[in-house]
Design a protein around this ligand. Structure first.
Ligand SMILES: NC(=O)c1ccc[n+]([C@@H]2O[C@H](COP(=O)([O-])OP(=O)(O)OC[C@H]3O[C@@H](n4cnc5c(N)ncnc54)[C@H](OP(=O)(O)O)[C@@H]3O)[C@@H](O)[C@H]2O)c1
Length: 330
């Protein structure tokens, strides 16, 4: 049995919602500390359900969680049940490989611990299955790297193939300056003569485009391509308007956003949606205001003039990823 990832592959649904900012009180995105008033578990569940309701109403049909996003899977699972969402009318993705360890604190010695072993896969698969009440469509290796050896771990790959044979699509997500290399390694992987990976989730935005060519190859090979961090963790939003190191860049973004009658964040998301190989672009909205602004991207006529004007925003991958790793949990 295979999972068709109907909404992920349908060009009419090129917009999804990621829950990284919705499931836990602390995150690295620029203004996370001011996004949500009530950071109790109940307050965050309520906020997550409001954003999910708004996303559903706006026609979003792909939701992206992870074991390490605090209670994101749990909030998504309770929302699916309480709203009586038919599993056939939505695609649900989650990820395994990082364990959430911040204990609902904004500051913690370790926010998440990474381990791509068979033991962690089996434990987290049980947790995910429980939280999402069997509604999962796509299970992704969270931030696969060459160093972790996960793409050569035959026990893990065989277990993923087993899940695939039970109807769960299998994906991987990648981060960092060598995203392209990891994707290239993953594309041809087979287990018992069948291709393993149905999807890849990677970072592509106006500042970091180094994986573009490889994502095109992944798409052409039949994998569904999901774009994450299209707003560079908040750097391509009004939340970064007063950053003294981003004055020239922000001015350019604002000028193009004004010309195309949209917001800076919608402009940046539209740039990602315009890529022919991008099957799905994630909004990482932390509240309903963000989402309302983000989904304006669907109506932006991102043209060649915008592409040329904004091409000077691209940063060398090493410096982009250094800036990202310097972002503080807040
Ligand atoms: N390794 C992985 O697998 C991985 C890694 C990262 C993300 N993801 C997935 O990708 C999704 C999206 O990623 P992301 O949340 O990091 O990326 P993003 O889209 O680059 O950034 C989203 C953030 O931008 C800010 N923002 C958005 N709209 C705004 C507005 N109108 N005004 C002001 N600020 C605004 C918010 O953060 P602030 O207000 O806090 O600035 C929001 O949380 C995640 O939810 C997750 O599902 C996966």
């Amino acid at each position: 049995m295979t999972n068709s990832l109907r909404f992920l592959r349908d060009p009419d649904y090129k917009f999804g919602l990621g829950l990284a900012a919705l499931g836990r009180p602390g995150y690295i995105n620029l203004g996370h500390g001011e996004d949500i008033d009530d950071r109790s578990v109940e307050g965050m569940r309520e906020n997550a359900h409001q954003v999910l309701d708004a996303a559903w109403k706006a026609g979003i049909r792909y939701f992206d969680a992870a074991r390490s996003y605090g209670r994101a899977e749990e909030f998504l699972g309770s929302w699916l049940t309480e709203r009586g969402i038919d599993p056939e009318s939505v695609d649900i993705g989650s990820k395994w490989g990082y364990t959430y360890t911040a204990n609902w604190q904004v500051q913690a010695e370790h926010h998440e611990i990474k381990e791509h072993s068979l033991d962690v896969l089996n434990r987290q698969w049980g947790e995910t299955h429980h939280n999402l009440r069997g509604q999962l469509d796509l299970y992704q290796i969270h931030s696969a790297t060459l160093e972790s050896g996960v793409l050569e771990n035959m026990a893990v790959l065989a277990r993923l193939a087993e899940l695939k044979s039970e109807g769960i699509a299998i994906g991987l997500t990648v981060s960092g300056a060598n995203q392209a290399e990891v994707i290239e390694r993953a594309i041809p992987i087979e287990v018992d003569g069948s291709r393993l990976f149905d999807s890849v989730q990677a970072t592509w935005n106006l500042l970091e485009q180094s994986a573009g060519g490889t994502l095109k190859a992944a798409h052409e090979s039949g994998m569904a391509v999901i774009v994450k961090e299209a707003l560079a963790n908040g750097r391509l939003t009004p939340g970064n308007a007063n950053n003294p190191d981003f004055v020239r860049q922000y001015h350019l973004l604002q000028e193009e956003a004004m010309r195309l009658n949209t917001t800076v964040d919608a402009l940046a998301l539209a740039a990602a949606r315009r890529q022919s190989w991008a099957d799905m672009v994630l909004s990482g909205a932390a509240n309903t205001n963000h989402l309302a602004s983000n989904i304006r991207a669907r109506h932006v006529m991102f043209d060649d003039e915008a592409a040329v004007a904004l091409s000077s925003l691209v940063e060398p991958p090493e410096s982009y990823w250094q800036t990202r790793s310097d972002l503080e949990w807040n």
